[in-house]
Design a protein around this ligand. Structure first.
Ligand code: IFM
Length: 444
């Protein structure tokens, strides 16, 4: 039995989702298409040819899903807004019907005593903006801040927690370097600018929030400790490079006001000189930091794997999820402590943590997913260990509420607490949902 103290009073017990992954009906009620709509319709872009056209049909079943959240006893729910539902062209005219969907969602949460945490951008840039250069265009910062202001105006009277961007590292690297995600670009020179413009967009949105908003705003980043696969100096160096690339690329400018010098070495001639006034905007004080934690990186030196010459490998003889990611709960404690030690005492939320497993089909209204129960349990123990060592952790959001559209993997990978039959749309609470429900009811 653990001797760590319990979770602090007011700790948020949440689950998270994102718009394109669950909503379906991507063009309904006047919404403008997103880059993920276009990308997923390209042959071969997504496993099995899956698209978000139906997803979990949440756009039409939100009320029923709200009831599931209430049944689980969630005290918070993190969802994202589809930019193109609110501004079909990305800028300009507001689509009242799209905005209304989120108004009703927020009201439905509050009626059930669930606090909304709203993410403004979870990778679904309007296609109309991609046609204008997307995140490669420096104007994207202004586009985003105007969109953010529309939502602050409409919802800040009821929304207490805002997240500007979700995992900008992923949308930069998978979207513009490896091409595995929308908009499917493969370039070594674009990512530094794409990342910088997303950071400027974040900074401008925070500035807009300080004028218009009354609550709290932060950003969610994917973080993972990087460890060498062997003791060789080459692998140790590779792990260090990957650490700068993944963990410091966004955090250093956000919290220290400059990029790590190592990035210039990693990107070489592709690393631009950025205006100092941009870095000032990016460093706008945050109310909290959201951490998305899944695994660690076990790293091998590999000169073919650019830009870091480092490859993440699947560890032999260690449990892995269906994504091939090692189950490594101690990395969550390490990550939380590293953030505290390097960047100081910022309030933190775990805005995503969870695992895909090949769950069995429901039998008699039950889905047995013991590996996910264990994953949640061990990661919550790891979170509690960090709290015991002084980390100001304010909440935990399981990824994900529902089995959903796992980007390039389509529907094959299931992360949900709630099983979704993607043909009938029938929902079934998994054993992990029951576990989480019991845990919440006992205050953790
Ligand atoms: O499904 C994603 C989510 O959209 C962002 N964070 C990681 C999850 C699992 O891959």
């Amino acid at each position: 039995m653990s001797t760590n103290p319990p979770f602090p009073p007011g700790f948020l017990w949440g689950a998270a989702t994102s718009a394109y992954q669950i909503e379906g009906s991507p063009l309904a009620d006047g919404a403008g298409a997103s880059i993920w709509h276009g990308f997923s319709h390209q042959p071969g872009a997504v496993a099995n040819g899956d698209t978000g056209d139906r997803a979990c049909d949440h756009y039409r079943r939100a009320d029923a899903d709200l009831d599931f959240m209430a049944e689980l006893g969630l005290t918070a729910y993190r969802f994202s807004v589809a930019w193109g539902r609110v501004l079909p062209k990305g800028t300009g005219r507001v689509n009242a019907k799209g905005l209304d969907f989120y108004q009703r969602l927020v009201d439905g949460l509050l009626e059930r005593g669930i606090q909304p945490m709203v993410t403004l951008y979870h990778w679904d840039l309007p296609e109309a903006l991609e046609a204008r250069g997307g995140w490669r265009n420096p104007d994207s910062a202004r586009w985003f801040a105007n969109y953010a202001a529309t939502l602050f105006d409409a919802l800040d009277d009821r929304v207490g927690l805002w997240v500007t961007l979700n995992e900008p590292w992923v949308s930069t690297v998978l979207g513009h370097l490896s091409g595995e995600h929308a908009p499917g670009r493969r370039s070594l020179s674009e990512p530094p600018r794409v990342a910088h413009h997303q950071l400027c967009a974040h900074g401008e949105a925070v500035a807009a929030y300080r004028e218009l908003g009354r609550h709290q705003i932060g950003i969610s980043l994917n973080l993972e400790p990087q460890q060498p696969a062997t003791d060789s100096p080459q692998d140790r160096e590779a792990a260090r490079r990957r650490h700068h690339f993944i963990n410091r690329w966004f955090l250093d400018p956000l919290l220290l006001g400059h990029y790590p010098d190592e990035l210039a070495a990693i990107f070489g001639a592709d690393w631009p000189r950025f205006p100092p006034e941009d870095l000032q905007r990016i460093q706008a004080p945050l109310d909290f930091l959201g951490i998305n934690y899944y695994s660690r990186g076990l790293v091998r030196h590999d000169p073919t794997e650019l830009p870091c010459a480092a490859r993440r490998i699947a560890p032999p003889d260690r449990p892995c999820t269906a994504m091939g990611w090692e189950v490594y709960p101690e990395g969550l404690t390490e990550t939380l402590l590293w953030v505290k030690q390097r960047y100081g005492d910022l309030p933190l939320y775990i805005t995503e943590n969870g695992a895909a497993f090949d769950d069995p089909a429901p039998v008699g209204n039950q889905v047995q997913d013991p590996e996910r129960v264990d994953y949640l349990r061990t990661h919550l123990v790891a979170a509690r260990a960090a709290i015991a060592q002084g980390v100001d952790l304010r909440g935990y959001f399981a990824w994900s509420l529902l089995d959903n559209f796992e980007w390039a993997e389509g529907y094959a990978k299931r992360f949900g607490l709630v099983h979704v039959d993607h043909i009938t749309q029938c929902r079934t609470l998994k054993a992990s949902a029951r576990y989480y429900q019991a845990l919440i009811s006992e205050g953790g």
